[in-house]
Design a binder for this molecule. Structure first.
Ligand code: AMP
Ligand code: MG
Length: 404
């Protein structure tokens, strides 16, 4: 077992456990939001499928209206109209125009369009007060070319990409199944909300904050409930956990006599590492239980969220083969001081905003038991070992709300 790792060493070991390929399933477009594509998607069509107009106006021959201006209108005979979806069946001859509407194919014979605002209709005729031009014609395939791959295996299906898949003509998408992530809370003092809180008890918040983080990272949370700090109780639940791709435990990985998660994983499984030089989340443990990777998250509510975000989320991204990174670093100006710690990388919680530039303020009480810092913070503020940061200094931040 390795111990006292740097964040980078720990992350590398966690990612090395994300092996194997997830099964895939085919979903209708409407159910595929937030899933990860399992296949490359070529466009089934050209879009537009022929040259079309990007504006409402009149299509005609460019040479017929070259001299048109505010004082010298050109008069053309209107021979028909073409709304989107209803191509003009004939051909536009010299001195003729067809009223066209956004998305309509350019009629045969025409090679230019003038916008309706620059025209005046007079019965069977239209006066053009500006030259007709080809610039508002969208050439066939301007947006999408048939056969070209625009979405790839590993791409997260965002709203824009769902729309793109539809535009390419795909009614169903093959996606990876969500990895199943077991969430097991441990601790004699941990009680489910709704139950009376005994003296010294604490409500089980970790199960729910982790459930949210797992879902956001593309996983399917499987709540395994809560076990007391007794090795037999833990062994029993682990034996019945069902098929999982990752198991998260919270609590019981510190130095205390009642930290049974570590004891049980040491005897029943194989501990890959324990303890990372970071705060919060220093007691993080990674183990293997048979084939099942286990992240033993520390029980403090902030520690369990931060360690899942920094290690569990990248693990799921790797398993899903996602093309986007699990998180990104930015730089912001600190508007409050942030306190570092000796020999450890520190992740404080902050509120990141844009005030002429990116700025970040502390969420207040930074104790790892104060969950409000995660509930109202939107970024981790990263401090290097021994690195206090003063007001107006630049600091690294990792947004918690993910932006592509
Ligand atoms: P531990 O990691 O077991 O030493 O727990 C550290 C702190 O986190 C203790 O104050 C626990 O009461 C608290 N804690 C552990 N599990 C949970 C949980 N599921 N929800 C909220 N707090 C917890
Ligand atoms: Mg405990």
């Amino acid at each position: 077992m390795r111990t006292n790792l740097s964040v980078e060493e720990a992350l590398e070991l966690v990612l090395a456990e994300a092996r194997g390929e997830l099964a895939t399933e085919e979903l209708p477009l409407a159910q595929a939001l937030g899933r990860v594509l399992a296949e490359d998607l070529p466009s089934l069509v050209d879009h537009p499928d022929q040259d079309d107009t990007a504006i409402d106006g009149y299509a005609c021959r460019q040479v017929d209206a070259l001299s048109a201006g505010p004082e010298s209108p050109v008069r053309l005979r209107v021979v028909g109209e073409s709304p989107a979806g209803r191509p003009f069946p004939g051909e536009v001859g010299p001195g003729e125009a067809v009223a066209v509407f956004t998305g309509a194919p350019i009629p045969r014979g025409a090679d230019a369009v003038v916008r309706v605002e620059d025209t005046r209709r007079e019965g069977e005729y239209v006066l053009l007060f500006a030259p007709a031009s080809p610039k508002d014609i969208r050439p066939k395939g301007d947006d999408l070319r048939r056969g070209e791959v625009y979405l790839r295996r590993g791409d997260l299906l965002t709203p824009g990409r769902l729309g793109l898949a539809a535009a390419m003509g795909h009614p169903r998408l093959r996606v990876f199944r969500r990895p199943r992530v077991g969430i097991l809370s441990t601790g004699d003092e941990v009680v489910e909300p709704g139950e009376p809180l005994p003296y010294g008890g604490v409500y089980n918040s970790n199960a729910y904050s982790l459930l949210g983080l797992v879902w956001e990272a593309g996983g399917e949370p499987v709540l395994l409930g809560k076990v007391p700090d007794r090795p037999e109780a833990l062994r029993e639940v682990l034996a019945q956990a069902g098929p999982l791709d990752l198991l998260l435990t919270s609590g019981g990985v510190s130095m205390g006599a009642y930290d049974v998660v570590r004891q049980v994983l040491e005897t029943e499984g194989q501990v890959v590492f324990w303890k990372v030089r970071q705060q919060p989340g220093g007691p993080l443990l990674m183990a293997r239980l048979g084939d099942l990777p286990v992240l033993g998250l520390p029980g403090n509510p902030v520690s369990s969220m931060v360690t899942f975000f920094l290690y569990g989320r990248p693990f799921l991204f790797r398993l899903l083969g996602r093309t986007d990174p699990p998180y990104r670093s930015l730089r912001a100006k600190a508007l409050t001081p942030f306190k570092g710690a000796r020999g450890k990388r520190v992740y404080r919680r902050g509120v990141l905003s844009f005030e002429g530039g990116l700025v970040v303020r502390s969420t207040g009480n930074q104790s790892s038991g104060v969950l409000r810092s995660m509930a109202f913070g939107n970024a981790l503020v990263v401090l290097p070992p021994d690195g206090d940061v003063g007001t107006e200094e630049e600091v690294e931040v990792i947004p918690l709300t993910f932006v592509l």
